[in-house]
Design a protein around this ligand. Sequence first.
Ligand code: IFM
Length: 771
Amino acid sequence: MKLVNQDWLIRENGFDRNRIAADGNKFMIGNGYMGCRGTMEEYTRGELAAVTLAGLYDQVDGKWREPVNAPHPLYAVIEFEGQSLSVLDCEPVEHEQALDIRSAVHHRRTVFKADRGAELVVESERFCSAERLNVIAGRLSVTCSADGQLTIRTGIDGEVWDINGPHLEKLEAAERQNSLLVTAVTRELQVPLAVAERISSSMEAEGREAVTMEVRYDQQSGSVFRTISFACRAGKTYTFDRFAAVCTGLDEEEPGAAALRLCREAAGTGYTGLLAEHEACWERKWALADVVIEGDDEAQLALRYSLYQLLIIAPEHSEKLSIPARGLSGQVYKGAVFWDTEMFMLPFFLYTQPETARNLVMYRIHTLDGARRKAAEYGYEGAFYAWESQETGDDACTLFNVNDVFTGRPMRTYFRDKQVHISADAAYGIWEYYKFTGDEGILLQGGAETVWECARFFYSYAYYNPLKQRYEVLDVTGPDEYHERVNNNAFTNAMVKRTLFIALEAMEILHAACPEQYEALVQNSAIKPEHIRDMHDRLYVPEPDSETGLIEQFDRYFTLEDVPLHELKGRVLNKHEYWGGGNGLATTTQILKQADIVLMLHLFKDAYDTVIKKANWAYYEPRTEHGSSLSACIYAMVAADTGSPDWGYPYFMRTATIDLTGESKQYVGDLYIGGTHPAANGGAWMAAVQGFAGIRFDGECATISPSLPEKWQAVQTRLILRGQQIKVRVGRQQVELEADAGNTSEVRVAAYGQSLTLEPGVSAVLRMGQE
Ligand code: IFM
């Protein structure tokens, strides 16, 4: 097996037990339907081997509801002369794991020294087919330096890794139609699930005999393994191709029959054929998504890796799915969808895969009823979106999310009750999609109703201060989760104001296009558009201080203890202690968890001038712990926006490498929060394309204001703007543009104070300092 695409390889040499969990994230593969952790074939639940399914959730015995991990279909362990060749039992002589991010294929090469000196080379590759979403294909090969008896145990391992499982019952393992098959149902909703697997080996082609096969079942765990045993010859490579299919009742009437069929068809196409069609799909994905950074190889690979992480979890196939905060890397954060999607991932999809962006937005529309239930539960009107959203939109977030490391007691946290900005984020996402694509259909198919419901929620939540004659938003938690239950968080208030504006605009569009729908919404509500207008006009949004330019994060934030971050770190007693909550270290200080005011400055960049942005960046950055993976990219972008890209560069690198280095928090209290970080991955794209390359599209014109870090010569990418594609190369002194010949209309672009209109197939250059 050859590693091609050298510039697109993520590699790691040597076997390190301590990196098993981090490597599971780093070397993950997936296709939006499922994510398959980057574990070795011989790993089981103890090493966090998992195939995590998108959108299938289960709850057991009142524990946290989380996504279901399927029985693992590519399990394999090799024995030579009775000795197990697993990295866990036998220290390998050489070991390399690699991920080809251009074609989303996982590779592994391990050399073992067996007893009596024989050397065995085990190689494998696998991919989650981008063409056939239920299919995983793998190739395993073994070469031995000596003759001997080789045994390969492969099959479906039902002992899956679960955080709050087990989620499957009625497990049945069988052999059918030359495939191994495991069927089960989820425990809560009894959704059927099936995994089928079959194998073909190079020996069959040779017509070799002396191969014994035995199939063993473990009905209790839902495992089925076959053992292949044969006399191997020195120097000869034996190859096994493996085909697996995973189906559930969410996508198939009869998952068992479907899995067997898909598996048979995959085997019929063969490994090489499956790989070819999979690679062709990935080529198409990269043609739209790739961003080239000229002059900085390290940043280039990290950025591409971030985009890879987004592409393997993108729900291209379903508008009922969004992207969980840990992608499909396991069950952390309950597989739930947070504001991360709208605020940190949506921009990438808007510019590169508008259809997927639509799916992400539709997910909020489909889960509107869950948001309505939550608002009603708290006594509010409209839609209060789930802080941690699963398939129905009901909130998976608990009232006690973290355990205190000192007492072991559950801590009351207010993520669920008070992070009301989530409804504004959902509305913002819908409107961004609409503005960007011009797709009015989204508003008429539930988008207008959704944003209207979000506005109604805020109207019912807000407080009208009669003395100050203004509306205020009290008792909230902003993005900085270390300060819960504060008043007038500037970010939240600005987002609420935006939501009210969006609702009014969207309702006007609805009124013009579907008056009956509009009337029904307004008639059924005691809160009328004029109330929303009044609140919009008189909502208090904290403003910059006239002398310092500083915007107070929330009422009385500046009265909190102003302790330097390094000093606060010195007060830490337990490395996993939670800094927020009632007694958290940061709670009574000005130290914030993540970008809050600075995020507002990014989102509402036209409302603040550079002086204000710089003053607030300089004030808040040293006070920011960056304890959330959502933080660094925002500081990178605002630095670029204020003409200081080199300040922003380290924050960009931190964001773009987060899943490569594995340097992120793994625990809060005793809660495991490891996994991949799609928001940071999206943030890397935002920082590079929107930040440093300075690209913005308002629905009519793409404006380009480059602010490149010193190392970068240029950024090249392709943009899809209202269905028209253009290639851009943003350099230090000029912007090169090329409109696709297949475009159906012109594209407007502005840079350096000049603007032009590109007809299909036309190229142009805009230069700095040119009239
Ligand atoms: O949504 C974030 C939040 O802002 C910080 N804590 C983790 C969540 C999931 O990424």
